[in-house]
Design a protein. Sequence first.
Length: 373
Amino acid sequence: MGFTMGLNLLLLVAMVATNILSLYHLSSNLQSKPPVAPPVPDHLLHQLQTIRATINHLTRLQPPAPPAAATKKSTLSIPSDLLLYTHLSPIASSCKDHPDLLYQYMNYTPFSLCPSDSSVAESLILRGCHPLPRRRCFSKTPSSIPTSLPKTPFSTLPEKALLWNSYTCKSFTCLSQKNPNLGFDMKVEGSRFLGFKSDLDLPIPQFLQLTKSSKSVIRLALDIGGGTGTFAAQMKLQNVTVVTTTMNLGAPYSEAVALRGLLPLHVPLQQRLPVFDGVVDLVRCGHAVNRWIPLTMMEFLFFDVDRVLRGGGYLWLDHFFSKKADLEKVFQPLIWKLNYRKVKWAVANKNDASGVKNGEVYLTALLQKPVSR
Ligand SMILES: *[C@@H]1O[C@H](CO)[C@@H](O)[C@H](O)[C@H]1NC(C)=O
């Protein structure tokens, strides 16, 4: 650890020194009269070689990370990629913590086809390296494109309109058969957010009734961690525009959202929401926002949600899960820091295998931001 830090420091010092030297080189060239092509001084070359050697060394020091898809084996344990949210990175500073991945990502031939490395990009983003550096190569595209609009956002997804090579499954049918709850089976999705099975559910008609009765219009919403975009799809039928943030963890979620005629944002949870202050009427946090997120990061997330919500806007925590004791001692006080009005607050035991094993509960809450602060 100390060794790596030392090397980082060395790298920094070398970079600063090189920059000062280049500046000196430039300014001394400006002063000299004959415009001869300047030779690169030996000491500058030496500095560059030191930097390259240090980067190579750092690259070898870090063990290569497993590809994102390979780490998603058991559904009961925490997906290792989600644990990576522990890296709090407000300004993409964690790119430098993963020189191996970054090196791999930037190792391409300019002006030709990009390598098939979307999983590398995904891994970097999940590790807090976002936005990624731009590249000058061409992304591969599928040879088949849809020729007509989807009839509804619940129409069967066209199988051939995306590249399947980074995924284990090669079709939406395969994904639906593997797990009908992933969001790719449109027969299942058609009824989501409409039914009321327990107090944890807040059907969209009831939500809209609630907002209407408090004279609060819902035009625009953000769905954080919205999977294949079904919330946006249901809201579209109500003429509400919803932008879905989604990652491509093991399946083509972004493409599915887009094929439904909805807008997917490829943004990780630790990223500042790319929306201006006070412009959104509703933010919904689905399953992705739960106890796996480190507390400090969650606090930043909720305060960023507050920033983008307009006065009187709503925060909807949908099936947020945590250990029962933590909800009372940790998360409830955190949520109440926002000083929102409690429109709905329902807690119930999480009855699946991991929920029972870990003594977890679900919380579904609808909270209203104060109209003015
Ligand atoms: C949505 O807008 C369309 C076109 O203006 C309208 O016909 C329809 O009734 C609206 N639906 C709802 C639920 O407001």
